[in-house]
Design a protein around this ligand. Structure first.
Ligand code: ADP
Ligand code: MG
Length: 296
């Protein structure tokens, strides 16, 4: 391949909304046989909305949401932003309550001291394992039911006890199902990768036509999944948007970042999609195959 012809391909990429780090990227794009897709913000819009709040026992629904919103006020995660924005009283809450010692755990959740009380919001498994705060059986049943319907569920604890669960909806982008079908037509095997619960991941995967689902994967585990696929002889593209995807993007044969994604994801990637649309992944692979064919 002559560098000149490759540069022409690179320019064409820019015109169809794909930024390519360098001409050498096209060569690896051609050999890809597996495309791993992050769920939140990549396959889905990442614009989450709070759909359900299920309080424990004597807790008031508004109280549950208010405390969670105050704890998430400093969060940059789509889940945290949705919870913080959901409560009509959240602005009032954050101006009237004191929020101290905020900390976020990637793939886990957040903690903060609200008016002197320790509030933890996050993945139910994280609250159970890291905080020894499991969900009581009634909340756990409600959780399973919501997850089966594709809702992401987080637990809310205050002063060491579970106070309720919150469910969030995050729909697949309207273009995701067609983009997955296009990948298959190019002979590429799609894989859904997420830190979310398996029941949620299966529901989303079924909507967009993906059979291979790797769920409940912690941020560090995402790169390990890519390494395993490569060890099986697959040539792997990874598409992601989050800070939690950066290591996996760097580990893949081809890292593809959503342009709307975090700086960390873009920095770790070979390609950046300028449209917020997975169709560009198939376009990029088709473009590189065509470009390389014309210059052989
Ligand atoms: P994904 O792989 O879907 O992008 P992440 O690795 O970012 O997901 O997060 C995995 C899980 O960690 C989420 O489904 C959620 O349960 C929990 N989590 C992460 N950040 C937060 C937060 N700010 N508030 C509540 N839960 C969170
Ligand atoms: Mg994501």
């Amino acid at each position: 391949a002559t560098p000149m012809a490759l540069l022409v391909g690179t320019g064409r990429g820019a015109r169809i909304g794909i930024l390519i780090r360098g001409p050498q990227v096209l060569e690896s794009t051609r050999r890809i046989d597996t495309v791993v897709l992050d769920k939140t913000g990549t396959v889905t819009t990442g614009r989450m909305s709070l759909t359900d709040a299920v309080p424990a026992g004597d807790v008031a629904r508004d109280e549950l949401v208010r405390f969670a919103a105050a704890a998430e006020a400093g969060s940059e995660h789509p889940i945290g932003r949705a919870i913080a924005a959901s409560s009509a009283s959240s602005t009032a809450a954050s101006s009237t309550s004191t929020v101290e010692a905020f900390a976020a755990e990637p793939g886990g959740g957040v903690q903060a001291v609200i008016d002197g009380r320790l509030v933890v919001v996050g993945r139910p498994g994280w609250l159970a394992d890291a905080w020894s705060i499991p969900l009581p059986t009634d909340l756990d049943a409600a959780r399973a039911d919501l997850e089966t319907r594709g809702r992401t569920v987080v637990a809310v604890a205050c002063d060491g006890a579970a106070r309720g669960i919150l469910a969030l909806a995050d729909e697949p982008k309207p273009t995701s199902a067609a983009a997955v079908a296009a990948l298959r037509r190019l002979g590429l095997e799609p894989v859904l990768l997420t830190g979310d619960h398996d029941r949620v991941a299966q529901a989303i995967a079924a909507e967009i036509g993906i059979a291979d689902v790797r769920a409940d994967v912690r941020p560090a585990g995402k790169a390990a999944v890519i390494r395993e696929l490569r060890a099986d002889g697959r040539v792997v593209a990874m598409v992601g948007d989050g800070v939690n995807d950066a290591a996996a993007l760097a580990t893949a044969d081809l890292g593809i970042a959503m342009g709307s994604g975090t700086d960390a994801a873009i920095a770790a990637s070979d390609l950046t999609l300028m449209r917020d649309d997975l169709a560009a992944v198939g376009d990029a692979i088709r473009l590189s195959r065509r470009t390389l064919r014309t210059i052989k």
